[in-house]
Design a protein around this ligand. Sequence first.
Ligand SMILES: Cc1cc2nc3c(=O)[nH]c(=O)nc-3n(C[C@H](O)[C@H](O)[C@H](O)COP(=O)(O)OP(=O)(O)OC[C@H]3O[C@@H](n4cnc5c(N)ncnc54)[C@H](O)[C@@H]3O)c2cc1C
Length: 324
Amino acid sequence: MKQVLVIAERRGAVLDEGVFELLTAARALAGGGGRVAAAVLGHGIGGLAAELARGFDRVFAFDDERLAEPDGDGDAQALLPLLARGGFDAVLLAHGNLGIDLAPGLSVRAGMPLLADCLELHWAGQSLAGTRAVYGGKVHARVVAAAGGTGAMATVRGGAFAPAGPGTVAGEVVAAALPAEFAPRRRPLRTLRPEAGEVDITQSERLVAVGRGIEDEDGLQLVRGLAAALGADLCASRPVVDKGWLPRSCQVGTSGVTVRPKLYVAVGISGSFQHMGGIKGSPFVVAINKDRAAPIFGVADVGIVGDLSEVVPALEAAIEEQKG
Ligand SMILES: Cc1cc2nc3c(=O)[nH]c(=O)nc-3n(C[C@H](O)[C@H](O)[C@H](O)COP(=O)(O)OP(=O)(O)OC[C@H]3O[C@@H](n4cnc5c(N)ncnc54)[C@H](O)[C@@H]3O)c2cc1C
């Protein structure tokens, strides 16, 4: 009977939805008779704990003003006693900002081996095992945590597991206290927020993504027209951002942001693993590319083979006509 703990990530007063993907992974690892627990840290997080308790059997709520800002060092100090006495076979975190900051130090302090950025998890005998993408996604490596009595930890890539549906569990919320020796070594100075007017593409329902295929900055105007016709926001692959044609906050991918639109129109994008790794859920993907062998067509619901300078204006005109 396995016990699995998920450490929830939050953005301010909102849970990162990735926690429900981790719930799917945790339930699969726990198996029929096992139990899944969550830990959430912050200040004034009673509502988040209650939300988690609808999906998890037990929720450890660390509610303290000293935890108001997510901080890998302070959070590790808070969680260590729980891990020491919890008897968890596996501890899961999203491979996001908090997970990357928190997991390595916590795994060392807790003596739990860490499998980072996993796409899949299972048990190999008594050891936690997983699959991770290496060499930019060209190779999948199987990794197995060293067997030991302390359990193992894993960070999980966003989108690797389908999110669990609305929970019906009446989980128990446990108020967890900070250890007496709690003394975070970092002090948050200020929180940087996107500048006013800057679009937060993580919240966009419709996105038109621009790739290197636009060739120069003028090509952006073409794509802006299509985005306007669709009521979509603009985002980009990395080369477009590296050239300075769009701001860094527009970059989708493993080294950019993760988006969850309902519609994703990829214009002049080849569909690299690093780019597609930033798209969560199952959006309806439309790809426009002049190369019919481009990998993006392997994931697209609708593929248009053609030169974007012809296809994009034609599509925009057709949409406007349809709207009219
Ligand atoms: C560590 C690391 C992290 C990375 N992180 C990211 C990331 O977060 N996000 C990201 O996007 N990339 C990332 N990359 C880069 C990634 O590997 C790819 O190089 C990048 O995604 C390619 O962008 P692209 O599809 O726009 O360009 P390309 O791969 O050059 O593709 C351009 C496409 O446009 C098509 N095209 C050209 N002209 C036309 C035309 N006139 N009409 C129609 N189609 C046309 C071509 O057929 C081609 O398929 C990362 C790479 C590394 C090593």
